[in-house]
Design a protein around this ligand. Sequence first.
Ligand code: G6P
Length: 491
Amino acid sequence: RRLLHKELTGERIIVVSNREPYIHTKEHGRVEIHRPASGLVTAVEPVMRACSGTWIAHGSGSADRETVDRHDRVPVPPSHPDYTLRRIWLTKEEETGYYYGFANEGLWPLCHIAHVRPIFRLSDWQQYKAINKRFADAIVKEADSDDPVVLVQDYHFALLPRMIRSVLPKATVITFWHIPWPNPESFGICPWREELLQGMLGSTILGFHTPFHCKNFLETVDRYLETRIEHESSTISHGGNLTLVESYPISIQWPYPWQDTIPTVDECRNEILTSLGLSPTHLIGLGVDRQDYTKGILERFLAVERMLELHPEMVGRFSFVQIAAPTRSALDDYQAFEAQVRNLATRINQRFSTGSYQPIILKAEHHEPELVNRYYRAADVCMVTSLHDGMNLVAKEYVAARDDEKGVLVLSQFTGAAHELHEALLVNPYYIEQTADALFQALSMPAFEQQERMRSMRALVRDFNVYRWAGRMLLDAARIRQREKLALRIG
Ligand code: G6P
């Protein structure tokens, strides 16, 4: 946090993302404020609170849209504002093409190896370009100098860096890609691959979660564009602009936001078990995800089923709680996935239920972060079984929530987090037997071993927290800015 303040003295940063950090909705005539389920928001929001500036995002709630001034510009967080949220409103048609279509039916499956086929429609691409332009115009309006620091977030805005640079050539554009970057063959099926890459190369810094994603990106650029790539410094020179491609593993806030106010682990455990109608000695596994086909929720349920088959003594003693926030439900693939999750939970429950006992407790609704944290503190095991994931912050949140140094993390080897949290039980989620074994191992792990593993994972999340993530990028940006200023003077 201190590093951030130092790097930003005198700077007002502009963050751009599709998802907004606070959603105002009208419920029963009253305006309610929700925090969305989004890894991006989890990470970037504390950074924005530590800095000042403006966050530009797509207005997604229902309340503001209806009011006279539509709250286009609101000070947030609502209780004690630190920065400004600037909302851009989209029509249904624009949202369908840009967000649901190109971003989530095209780029999302293109970048994740989850074996869902990307869909590329010309009309979606046109909306994507138009909305990127709309955000670029908003940034230019927000900038109070000719060299602003702009943080562009994620795959919704691949074209934005170049658009910003064409109007504000001296801007420092830091782009962070929150999802994986695929290999050149996979990326190459996108009909507009060159334009996307050229757009991203308007960035001063282009960040990914892992060195592997950086390597894939450099190879993709090498395959499809005429550029000069310096592998030693990891830079790409294209159209007179130099881009540093670097890995910055994202993280979460530390100290843990509810540290001083949240009830003890025992209290959370009692509260959650009582609310679920379970006895105090019942064992709890936990999954927390958006209902997205990349998250491996079905594979996780199958592993729970297999574990109960192999260890019948766990039937009646262990339940798996899945918090599954609905997401992108307007899309067919997501609706079909929600139904698959429901049906599989029902089938497994029918197989093992006795009396009121249910092995899978599916909570398919949005939960606010504070409540999710109580679940983290109540759970004996947390399972993160993504088929592919940029980082996965649920893994880090679980670790941060366990100040009692108990609890076990079962973690997919296909997440960015697996590159850092080596003391988790790492699994291949496609291999159901292995995941079932890991779940059982977690449930029977002695307390001293839990403590040993949890302690070193907590040290890592503490030391490499989200302020460090942002601080490292801003430090690199400050160095580049300084170098450019000197070069101008000499030139
Ligand atoms: C991923 C993406 C984020 C996105 C989040 C939630 O973490 O990288 O950009 O905000 O999913 O998805 P949604 O479509 O609801 O914003």
